[in-house]
Design a protein around this ligand. Structure first.
Ligand code: AMP
Ligand code: MG
Length: 343
């Protein structure tokens, strides 16, 4: 790392301008967005984008999202956009919403993993917006983490992992949402949700008649099964410890089930809702929050911390798969490698 900019309290334009110039020169910038931190590079330069894949150890066929600051940038990289696609962008941009569109030829293959489509998002975070504007190019930015690890939602969590791999770090404090963007693709007027996020099915249904949640969001994937989004294939968010996700609509049942199962282990760690922190006397507990907003914000932070307790099992209390709860459960299921019990 050449420069660390602390913009937690004040947004220093000249710092963002410097990092934007870095992007133009092909350098890597770790920066905040409203969802999670991103590792950004010039999205139109093959060599710059290549550095992201090396830094993360990311598989080459897993495409990156291009982040834009305005609709002019959209027209540089996407074509044959339909009315419905424009409506969706108008409704959810700037914000935690990514849309897969037909790409223009100037988008390098390395960004799209060789697909003829490209994922595009206009973030609402002010630092992210300004960085893209100063860079004057779409910024390719995957989540800030080594591939397979939980995404970074604050600089402390990822400093050790990534500080020697990037040129600039912009610290914007804790990310507001804490889970990655909702990813959609429109196929024949149907909106397919490929990754759930803060923008929910219910919100999208106000814009589009048909909204489909892709099967793979909650189901486990069979080897070589075809997918609409390459990212679905890869192991993600998993702590080193063995993890188990448990859910019941009834809180008493949930607590009893976890207590029973915890007896089988020597050093269990229970990740629980705030209201359950005093329920598990014979186990270590971590509080994941109370409201769905708190839980989504804390999910990756908690997943990054569980290994420091050296547990022989991590039992995680699930949430209802509704609204942003679907996104929380999608990330937790993957962290637990689909080791899931619903009672
Ligand atoms: P991340 O960069 O960690 O936020 O992940 C980006 C996600 O978007 C991954 O799951 C990718 O597979 C997905 N994605 C990006 N571009 C495309 C595309 N053109 N088609 C389908 N999925 C995409
Ligand atoms: Mg990621």
């Amino acid at each position: 790392m050449k420069q660390y900019f602390d913009l937690k309290e004040n947004i220093e334009e000249k710092n963002i301008e410097e990092a934007g110039k870095g992007i133009q020169k092909g350098e890597l910038v770790l920066f905040p967005t409203e969802t999670v931190y991103g590792i950004g590079a010039n999205g139109l330069e093959k060599q710059a984008v290549k550095r992201i894949f090396v830094a993360k150890g990311r598989k080459q066929d897993n495409p990156l999202i291009l982040h834009i600051a305005d609709m002019e940038m959209l027209e540089q990289i996407a074509q044959n956009i339909t009315t419905l696609e424009y409506k969706l962008m108008e409704a959810f941009w700037p914000g935690p919403f990514t849309i897969i569109l037909e790409r223009k030829p100037n988008v390098p293959d390395i960004v799209t993993g060789g697909l003829n489509t490209v994922g595009i998002r206009m973030p609402s975070n002010l630092v992210a917006q300004k960085l893209i504007s100063y860079a004057k190019v779409p910024i390719a930015a995957p989540s800030a983490n080594i591939s397979g690890r939980p995404s970074g939602t604050n600089i402390q969590d990822i400093f050790e992992e990534l500080s020697d791999k990037v040129d600039y770090i912009i610290d914007g404090g804790q990310c507001e949402i804490g889970l990655e963007s909702t990813v959609v693709r429109v196929i024949k007027e149907e909106v397919h949700i490929l990754r759930p996020g803060k923008i929910t099915k219910e919100q999208i249904q106000k814009i589009a008649e048909k909204v489909v949640i892709d099967n793979h969001i909650l189901g486990d994937l069979k080897p070589n099964e075809p997918v609409l989004s390459p990212g679905m294939k890869y192991k993600h968010y998993a702590p080193k410890a063995k993890c188990m996700l448990i859910y019941s609509k009834e809180n008493n049942k949930l607590v009893e089930e976890i207590k029973e199962r915890a007896k089988e282990y020597e050093n269990p760690l229970i990740v629980c809702h705030h209201h359950n922190i005093n329920q598990y006397e014979n186990a270590k507990v971590m509080d994941i929050g109370e409201t769905l907003e708190e839980i989504s914000k804390n999910t990756f932070k908690v997943l990054r911390k569980v290994d420091s307790y050296h547990p022989d099992i991590v039992m995680i209390e699930g949430v209802e798969k509704e609204g942003i709860g679907l996104a929380v459960m999608n990330r937790l299921l993957r962290a637990c490698e689909h080791h899931y019990i619903e009672i």
